[in-house]
Design a protein around this ligand. Structure first.
Ligand code: AMP
Length: 278
């Protein structure tokens, strides 16, 4: 496994044998089973797999979140080596964003709501770095997790709009045994917070089950989610949403494909989760 900061080295290795297919898994490191399920799938579906590990400054709203982001490079590299990855890009911010940098990718409508509203500028940073990764690696397929549903909607739109010549592959959300979606943020939960954090999964399960059983009124489905979350003293709802899964436009009477999603702060840690009914 080649680990490099150099864009030239990435390009050289990627194009050494043009007949080989390449999968790319973009990450910010501190890898867990959610990331590794994408890596595994990429290894199954491509001749070669590249991974990027880069805590991207342009997608963070404040400096503290960026500096507090957990890092464990050596451990990450061992996991990727064991999984059969060929190439890892670990750029510094100066390599990713050279002096005088002034070019950004803005996906317009689908970035306005939900995480985009809560974190202004976040998706501009995501779309910009992912465009750069696509240009550096030129993969045949790129792998993203359903856990970040809006990110998937934004990047699919971007790939269509800007004619990137690749396929976006979406991997299922990996969960702990009690349903909590895996996230690098979970490590920061207190013991009590960790217990109560299952309310996101329980609320999404209850609402999607009610929808499957015929309840289509958004108001009723939102109430189901709120009741379950509000029963946890450490949980504070940022938003619950039931939207069209492609446009992310909020619905009053739910039709498929529907994205049920939410952001909830549990014991001071902001968690997101979602389920799609296609
Ligand atoms: P991050 O390092 O947080 O930027 O995540 C890198 C990729 O892993 C993104 O495509 C995420 O959506 C994906 N990912 C994060 N958590 C999970 C999870 N629990 N299940 C599946 N994919 C995930």
């Amino acid at each position: 496994m080649n680990v490099t900061q150099s864009i030239d080295e990435i390009r050289a290795q990627r194009w050494r044998d043009p007949s080989q297919s390449w999968g790319l898994v973009p990450t910010m490191g501190y890898l867990h089973d959610g990331h590794m399920s994408l890596v595994q799938r990429a290894c199954d579906e491509n001749d070669q797999v590249g991974v990027s590990i880069f805590v991207n400054p342009t997608q963070f709203g404040n400096e503290t979140d960026l500096t507090k982001y957990p890092r464990a490079l050596e451990r990450d590299l061992n996991m990727l080596r064991d999984a059969g990855v060929s190439l890892v890009w670990t750029p510094t911010p100066d390599i990713a964003y050279p002096a005088g940098y002034q070019t950004y990718v803005n996906v317009e409508d689908v970035t306005q709501m939900l995480e985009g509203a809560a974190r202004p500028g976040h998706f501009r940073g995501v779309a910009t770095i992912v465009s750069k990764l696509f240009n550096v690696f030129q993969p045949n397929r790129a792998y993203f997790g359903q856990k970040d549903a809006q990110q998937v909607a934004v990047l699919k739109r971007m790939v269509t709009d800007l004619n990137f010549n690749l396929e976006i592959v979406v991997g299922q959300t990996q969960r702990a045994a009690d349903g909590l979606a895996m996230s690098s943020r979970n490590a920061r939960l207190s013991a009590a917070g960790r217990k109560q954090a299952t309310c996101l999964y329980r609320a999404l399960t209850a609402a999607t089950n009610a929808f499957k059983q015929g309840e289509v009124k958004a108001q009723t489905l939102h109430a189901i989610m709120h009741e379950i979350i509000n029963a946890e003293p450490l949980a504070e709802i940022d938003y619950t949403s039931i939207a069209n899964a492609d446009t992310l436009i909020e619905q009053k009477f739910i039709e498929k494909p529907a994205l049920f999603s939410m952001a909830v702060t549990v014991a001071g840690i902001r968690l997101i989760d979602n389920m799609v009914i296609a």
